[in-house]
Design a protein around this ligand. Structure first.
Ligand SMILES: NC(=O)c1ccc[n+]([C@@H]2O[C@H](COP(=O)([O-])OP(=O)(O)OC[C@H]3O[C@@H](n4cnc5c(N)ncnc54)[C@H](OP(=O)(O)O)[C@@H]3O)[C@@H](O)[C@H]2O)c1
Length: 330
């Protein structure tokens, strides 16, 4: 496993990070066997993955509990990242949320404590002060954010923000135009999430009918689906037009499609670590192999060329879930 040191803080993290949302048994993913989830986290640790992301929102803390159980006895080998939600970013709210996460994780410190989604009502100085207080008390080691746009990043200036988690993949590149340059300029590492577009970029979903119904809630898909969390048209035509072309490039090179998806992100200068989901040991094993596989530059260039054609058709809103008022990024 390769590692990187996050610029703003002295944290050495694996370039492949493991997401825990899929372990939580949430509505989005459906039930996951706890033994398999814990086994997957153990396999990650055995393969040198030390960077793991969770959140209280992942099925009411279920993912944090599983992560805590899995790292028991190996706590010092893991950089645990978890989050406070947009309504918990004031002094009192964040202190309370942090205590609850510590308890679920069964630890006395969180390595990277992040804003899950920004708040339009709680002032940035108050949020940053709440973080600094937790840091001083030894409850957290570093500050991170997620889904921070330009205005939010400006509001965090002057504080050592280690990471900005952003939805970023070959099919979802809205963050490239303004948010990534701003993150970079402030020394904030971009931490891409949904790098496989929730399974689309593994190539296993050939048509919309293949996508599990509960997952058709994001803006990849039409808001007309019963599960839709938004009201716009989605991008089914664009995405299912792009995927066979990407598959042909992958097939031509004898590589799985996911190898192109992960190579695209791990080669970016602003990315130190890619946050990948896997719901089983089998998927993690496969993804680790894929992550390590060399992708010839001309193959990656062809994949990026196709993605460049798709990008302008995908709109400017990076929010994967909401379209009202342009989404929740600001
Ligand atoms: N900060 C935020 O707002 C935010 C938002 C979203 C996610 N995240 C974080 O980012 C992490 C990663 O994102 P994600 O899990 O949503 O998306 P992802 O990494 O793009 O996709 C992961 C999903 O794809 C499928 N998959 C993975 N490897 C596979 C393989 N080898 N073969 C076939 N299918 C495979 C699995 O689902 P199935 O097997 O069920 O198809 C898996 O759960 C999350 O766990 C979470 O920690 C953060």
């Amino acid at each position: 496993m390769d590692y990187a040191v996050l610029k703003a803080v002295d944290l050495k993290v694996s370039r492949f990070a493991l997401g825990t949302w899929g372990f939580s048994g949430s509505r989005n993913w459906g039930p996951n066997d706890e033994g398999e989830s814990i086994g997957t986290i153990h396999l990650a640790l055995d393969n040198g993955i030390n960077f793991m992301d969770s959140a209280p929102k992942y099925n009411d803390g279920a993912a944090e509990i599983i992560l805590g159980k899995a790292v028991k006895g190996r706590r010092d080998k893991v950089v645990i990242a978890t989050k406070a939600y947009s309504d918990e970013l004031d002094r009192k709210g964040m202190a309370k949320a942090c205590e609850a996460s510590l308890k679920r994780l069964g630890t006395d410190y969180i390595d990277l404590y992040q804003v899950h989604w920004p708040s339009r009502t709680i002032p940035f100085p108050e949020t940053m002060e709440a973080f600094e207080k937790l840091k001083k008390a030894g409850k957290i080691r570093a500050i991170g954010v997620c889904n921070y746009g330009v205005e939010c990043l400006e509001g965090a200036k002057g504080h050592a923000v280690a990471t900005n988690q952003l939805p970023y993949s070959l099919v979802w590149r809205q963050v490239e135009d303004e948010i990534i340059p701003k993150s970079r300029a402030q020394g904030v590492s971009v931490w891409p999430y949904c790098p496989l577009a929730q399974g689309l970029l593994t190539g296993k979903f050939k048509t919309i009918e293949d996508v599990p119904p509960a997952r058709r809630n994001v803006r990849f898909y039409s808001g007309a689906w019963k599960q839709g969390l938004h009201s716009d048209g989605g991008f089914e035509k664009e995405i299912f037009g792009f995927l066979p072309r990407l598959q042909a490039v992958a097939d031509g090179a004898g590589l799985p499609m996911a190898a192109l998806a992960l190579a695209f992100l791990k080669g970016r200068p602003e990315v130190d670590s890619v946050l990948v989901g896997a719901r089983s040991r089998r998927q993690l094993e496969e993804n680790l192999k894929i992550f390590a596989a060399p992708v010839p530059p001309e193959v990656l260039a062809e994949a990026v060329r196709l993605s460049d054609e798709l990008k302008p058709k995908m709109g400017k809103n990076p929010d994967l879930w909401q379209s009202e008022n342009g989404g929740r990024f600001f």
